[in-house]
Write a protein that binds this ligand. Structure first.
Ligand code: URP
Ligand code: ZN
Ligand code: ZN
Length: 472
């Protein structure tokens, strides 16, 4: 199957240019001057399908490097399966996800990874890969890290939060980072001081402060700044590159910036919720509504300026990319577990469908440029996690993961409008986007067009990743 996407503006992280894109089978065969004639040869006459992209942007498919499909967490399971979650991703122009395989204390890393392969294989609409959560650092799990690179898993996540669940103490972190430095693995860190947070949680609950709002009070920015600093120091000592996930506090960005200015290979990801939502308006919503917005790290105070600082960090490259941390739970039967006790609300927000749109709105409002939109949602995740060349770029030889985005279109987010995630609510209800995902190709195959959805479970393939291609 040969497809010509004609008349659009191709946007890569490096710039934009009017060009036509020729797709042959699963890959991009050529990026051609407008008009698609080559040495007198009319390319359009020799393809199976011509897509008119006049007035539209032609961009690489989104790469969401932080999702949790079917994650067992908080006494329940994240409500999107690999099937429903990747379908929603496709609707929103995301053509690759990187999910987290889980190993807990006492379990074998190999078993955790095998379990995630089993959940995903044959079910995904878009391509997928895994990071490895090491939730129990010990001699066995450290030894098991040796084989991750040959499995195509080149990054792993540790938690300074969630004692008794995924938590690692400083000694465990040090050992795992030493191993990562030897192997070239990228250490991803959930940077919040879990034991101190647990003390604040008990004290708040004892004072009768049980509403979702207090989730944000207990997980104060000092908890994130302190842990971020500690992680940076341990990474510095060991020589392991460090990637801090879901950064929400401006003080944490300052820690990352200072380390980067010293030349240390540390990176930060933020998420749409930390750019748009706040402690006051969302976690503090009336009644139990704030439960929709319980995630960790938490939403931060708008009065303190964290959201503006996240946008600034994206502009200055103190934050390098935007993932969703997609971890959806329904209100009914899931978030409700925390009625009367905010600490029992399963942590997570669902956004995999809306990241490309929400970040494009940042282009409309002047927060980031068009090229930076592509860079933070596709190119940098691909480079950071060893997929660039195949993913993250419109160029000959790349996988034909292509989105045609209409800047004159409009998207209204919410239930009954553009909602395909397996959730009974949307944290993004009422958000209006001045743009629209018109066409989504995954390895040359149309997943979404004007006629709707054409994807199938099992089209998505596991992506074996190389070592990180991104350094300060
Ligand atoms: O609230 C969140 N972030 N839930 C998912 C688990 C994690 O820490 O990423
Ligand atoms: Zn986390
Ligand atoms: Zn997460």
């Amino acid at each position: 199957m040969k497809t010509l996407i004609r008349g659009g503006t191709v946007v890569n992280a490096t710039g934009r240019t009017p060009a036509d894109v020729l797709v042959d089978g699963e890959t991009i065969a050529a990026v051609l001057a407008p008009g698609s004639t080559l040495l007198g040869f009319d390319v359009a006459a020799h393809v199976d399908r011509v897509v008119d992209a006049t007035g539209k942007y032609v961009v690489p498919g989104g790469v969401d490097a932080h999702t949790h499909m079917e994650l067992p967490f908080g006494g329940t399971n994240a409500s999107d399966t690999f099937e429903t979650g990747t379908r929603a991703a496709a609707w929103g122009g995301t053509t690759t996800i990187v999910d987290f395989a889980v190993q807990r204390a006492g379990e074998r890393v190999q078993d955790g990874l095998a379990a995630w392969h089993e959940k995903a294989a044959g079910n995904c609409a878009v391509d997928y890969s895994f990071h490895q959560i090491i939730g129990g650092v010990d001699a066995d799990s450290l030894a098991a890290m040796d084989s991750l690179v040959e499995e195509g898993i080149t990054s792993f996540k540790l938690f300074m939060a969630y004692p008794g669940v995924f938590y690692s103490d400083d000694a465990q972190i040090l050992r795992a980072m030493q191993k990562a430095a030897d192997l070239g693995l990228l250490t991803m860190m959930h940077a919040e001081n879990g034991p101190a947070i647990d003390v604040l949680v008990s004290q708040l609950l004892a004072q009768g402060k049980t509403d979702p709002y207090y989730h944000g009070v207990a997980r104060a920015w000092q908890m994130e700044e302190e842990a971020t600093h500690r992680a940076i120091m341990l990474a510095h000592l060991t020589g392991s590159p460090l990637y801090v996930v879901h950064v929400s506090a401006k003080q944490a960005v300052e820690q990352l910036a200072a380390a980067r200015d010293r030349g240390q290979n540390v990176f930060g990801e933020t998420c749409p919720q930390y750019l748009y939502l706040s402690l006051e308006e969302h976690l503090g919503a009336p009644g139990f509504d704030g439960a929709k917005y319980v995630c960790s790290t938490p939403l931060r105070s708008r009065a303190e300026g964290h959201q503006d600082h996240m946008w600034q960090g994206l502009r200055t490259n103190d934050l390098q990319m935007v993932s969703t941390d997609h971890c959806p739970f329904c209100m009914k039967g899931q978030k409700e577990l925390g009625l009367g006790d905010f600490s029992k609300i399963p942590n997570g927000i669902g956004s995999v469908e809306h990241r490309m749109d929400l970040m494009y709105q940042g282009v409309v409002t002047g927060e980031i440029t068009l090229e930076r939109w592509v860079e933070v949602t596709s190119t940098t995740p691909a480079r950071m996690f060893g997929m660039y060349g195949r993913k993250g770029v419109i160029a000959p030889g790349a996988d034909a993961d292509v989105v045609v985005y209409d800047p004159a279109g409009h998207t209204s987010i919410g239930l009954g409008k553009t909602h395909h995630m397996n959730m009974d609510h949307s944290a993004w209800e009422g958000f209006e986007i001045d743009g629209h995902v018109d066409l989504v190709l995954s390895r040359g195959r149309v997943l979404v067009d004007d006629d709707g959805y054409h994807g199938t479970p099992g089209h998505g393939r596991f992506v074996k990743r190389d070592l990180t291609q991104y350094l300060v």
